[in-house]
Design a protein around this ligand. Sequence first.
Ligand code: AMP
Length: 224
Amino acid sequence: MLNLIFLGPPGAGKGTQAQRLASRFGIPQLSTGDVLRRAVAEKSALGMKAKALMESGKLVPDEVVNGIVDEALARPEALRGFLLDGFPRTVAQATALDEMLARRGRRIDYVLNLEVPAEVLVDRLSGRLSCPNDGSVYHLRTNPPKRPGLCDKDGAKLVQRPDDQPEAVRRRLSEYQEKTALLTGYYKPRKVLRTIDGVGTPEEVEGRIASALRDHPTGGPAQP
Ligand code: AMP
């Protein structure tokens, strides 16, 4: 069982790395951003509540995302572990997560904090293309899809996320600085925090994460 959280600003590579680790370890990736984007696309009540906030780069209310995570943790596939990507983003979310896990007799094994300088984040986000179906991420220059504009996995037309436009990017980075960055202080005393240099290719960063996980008490999750 491996319970992981990815921390880091928008564009740090949380989604990319969470997707890689999820398939490597056979545990589900839970991205609150992906769940919310699907809800917006489906125009559900949740999506209607979140749409304007997301598009302007603001956080959606804690109780909304807490509910999404609580539901996901109740699913049978989460019994083997989980990778949280984009949650928690506030101290209130972190304490809510602690309660959700305590109720289930579980705890966080690692908090992987991806560090990337601001100028690299802006470059990554401005060139990012995303698959609206499966959340796969590409970059116009550094990681282009095999066929221009189309997802390698399902052939869907790739889109630029509305919140990857410059003004929303600025807002997301400032939301991160104000509300999320201080979570490293929340987790540090528990000795679960691992800070990872997030600059480099996805393979390089994945290698650093694998080294950080090697001291897991069980010897690390089983490799496939
Ligand atoms: P992400 O895909 O993680 O960058 O999230 C995209 C957007 O979804 C964020 O800018 C927020 O508007 C919203 N969102 C995702 N996760 C959370 C969260 N844990 N707390 C609040 N808002 C969130």
